[in-house]
Write a protein that binds this ligand. Structure first.
Ligand code: A3P
Length: 273
């Protein structure tokens, strides 16, 4: 990735920016025919909303309830699967655990047709953009951002990898009433992780004891995960465990930016009514 020039790191697929290194066109084209299963577990999140946190929670739920230990490595993002891995996925036993940051328009339609259960994670857009800004400068696959102000402007226009936060939010608001869709927010999970773990495990059809739920919640706090990532990820751990707080936006936003974000959100709500 270091040999790729910053300006070549992103490209547009159907109008949405994606990583040319991790999600080249052949991946996204192949996904158009991806065969979802009704018993897949799909985790959906806009970048920086807590995806990796929930990957870890779901893997722990699966391990606790079936005793089976899944391959621990790698993010299960389907858009990172090259065509040959997409082929291999066909042979994986059910239930498969898959995830995606894809723009709602680019999620393989068979997930909808097969009524696959989808856990969708959202986070306050102000904290999301701050987290994303820091991530850009720590991730060799993505271009370095010029400045906070420039990144904020790109984010508001949806000119960032995986597209517009607001497009994602609107699409999922419209789908949230489906019985196969569960929406959780980063803020709810921070507030009460025990309830979060219990609700998520029930949604995916796992039965855990109260003790198991409690243990998973204890192991999944920011500090616990950051600590254990030192063993699994070494230095890379810091890329995914930065602050883990609600409200960090206050350290970055100007008053005008806060107002602009509020107005954009109001516009989105107005479309929904
Ligand atoms: P910050 O940059 O605000 O710290 P994603 O996994 O979707 O890329 O999201 C990354 C964000 O989730 C980062 O936010 C990261 O610190 C936070 N995060 C990771 N693990 C967490 C945990 N166990 N509890 C709370 N936040 C966590």
């Amino acid at each position: 990735a270091k040999n790729v020039k910053d300006e070549d790191k992103l490209y547009k697929y159907e109008g949405v920016l994606y990583s040319s290194i991790m999600s080249p066109q052949e991946n996204l084209k192949g996904l158009e025919n991806f065969e979802a299963r009704p018993d897949d577990l799909l985790l959906v999140a806009y970048p920086k909303c807590g995806f990796n946190w929930m990957v870890s929670v779901i893997r722990k739920i699966r391990t606790a309830s079936s005793g089976q230990n899944e391959m621990p490595s790698g993010p299960p993002l389907i858009e990172f699967f090259p065509p040959e891995v997409q082929q291999l996925a066909k042979e994986r036993p059910s239930p498969r655990f898959l995830g995606t940051h894809l723009h709602p328009d680019n999620i393989p339609s068979s997930f909808i047709a097969k009524k696959t259960k989808m856990l969708v994670v959202f986070r306050n857009p102000k904290d999301t953009v701050v987290s994303y800004y820091h991530f850009m400068n720590n991730n060799p696959v993505l271009p370095n951002t010029k400045s906070w102000d420039a990144f904020f402007t790109d984010f508001m226009k949806g000119e960032v990898a995986w597209g517009s936060y607001f497009d994602h939010a609107l699409a999922w608001e419209k789908r949230m009433d489906g019985p196969n869709v569960m929406i959780v927010t980063y803020e709810q999970l921070k507030e009460n992780l025990v309830d979060g773990v219990r609700n998520i495990s029930r949604f995916f059809g796992f039965t855990l004891t109260d003790e198991q739920v409690q243990t998973i919640a204890n192991e999944s706090t920011f500090n616990a995960m950051k600590e254990s990532s030192k063993n699994s990820h070494g230095q890379h751990g810091n890329v995914f465990f930065r602050k883990g707080e609600v409200g960090d936006w206050k350290n970055n936003f100007s008053e005008a930016q806060s107002k602009q974000m509020d107005e954009e959100f109001q516009k989105l709500l107005a479309v929904l009514v």
